[in-house]
Design a binder for this molecule. Structure first.
Ligand SMILES: [Zn+2]
Length: 277
């Protein structure tokens, strides 16, 4: 027998409906065929499921006993042609005619349950592969997000590096206040153009409806709002900002926690601040 033929026996085997010689042959094939072994496992699993589902078509113990008896009798009575050429094997008489209706009924039950097994196995495989596909999509999406974040970060790092090398660059260190003692930040900006870059670390994660807001506080004037931002798990953020003309000399830069839409004037606690000039 070929692999394909053994495969057709798997459902019957999962239902214990093979005769001894078929079962033996299949068992030998299973020893060398991982694909059939895997499929049989699935069939048995599906058969277990059916047993719990109490499908009316599934044969009960008594019916199963009768099926086995019939199957055995049938295989005994089945005319066999010898492999040796020329040898004629006498035909045994068929099973009594009155047996046929019940045999057919039972065979139909077996075939139906076997069909059911196949359907369940395929349905589960399809379900599994669809779940796998969905998971792959999710992984791909998150990897693309990650890649985009890294690209953005790299671009900003390059921008920051260029700014650090500019002769007009001004660096300001921001220290964490009592509210965020582990936080620190660096604000670098071009005094001519006002283009600036803020790099933070150690800031606590902002609540869902809140975000950090940058404030430029020119000496003797009211705070001027800058960018809003949130931080990653390490409290890091890297954002660009525009320093208002009034704040390019002698200003303090501070970070507060504000409602996400932003505030016109600081309302929350100060997390980071440059030293007063
Ligand atoms: Zn096989």
């Amino acid at each position: 027998m070929e692999h394909q033929e053994y495969q057709e026996l798997l459902a019957a085997h999962a239902l214990d409906a093979l005769d001894a010689s078929e079962a033996r042959a299949l068992t030998e094939h299973l020893d060398v065929c991982a694909e059939c072994r895997a499929e049989l496992d699935e069939m048995r699993d599906a058969a277990g499921l059916l047993a719990h589902a109490s499908t009316p078509a599934a044969p009960g113990d008594e019916v199963r006993e009768r099926i086995l008896k019939t199957v055995r009798a049938e295989s005994r009575d089945r005319p066999r042609v010898s492999a040796r050429a020329g040898q004629v094997v006498p035909l045994r008489p068929y099973a009594p005619r009155r047996l046929w209706p019940s045999v057919l009924r039972l065979a139909a039950a077996i075939a139906f349950v076997a069909l059911l097994l196949g359907v369940i196995v395929f349905w589960r495989r399809d379900l599994r592969s669809r779940q796998d596909l969905a998971q792959l999509h999710r992984q791909l999406d998150s990897q693309q997000d990650e890649l985009q974040r890294e690209r953005d970060m790299l671009a900003r790092q390059r921008e920051a590096l260029a700014m650090l090398n500019s002769p007009d660059a001004k660096k300001m260190a921001l220290a964490g206040t009592q509210t965020a003692q582990n936080a620190r930040a660096m604000f670098v900006y071009d005094q001519k153009s006002g283009r600036g870059m803020l790099m933070t670390e150690g800031l606590p994660a902002a609540p869902a409806d809140m975000a950090y807001e940058v404030w430029f506080i020119p000496k003797g004037q009211a705070p001027m709002p800058g960018s809003m931002f949130t931080v990653d798990a390490a409290g890091r953020a890297m954002i660009s900002d525009q320093v208002p003309m009034e704040a390019r000399e002698n200003a303090v830069i501070a970070i507060t926690l504000e409602p996400k839409r932003g505030s016109a004037a600081p309302t929350g606690a100060i997390y980071l601040s440059s030293p007063a000039s």
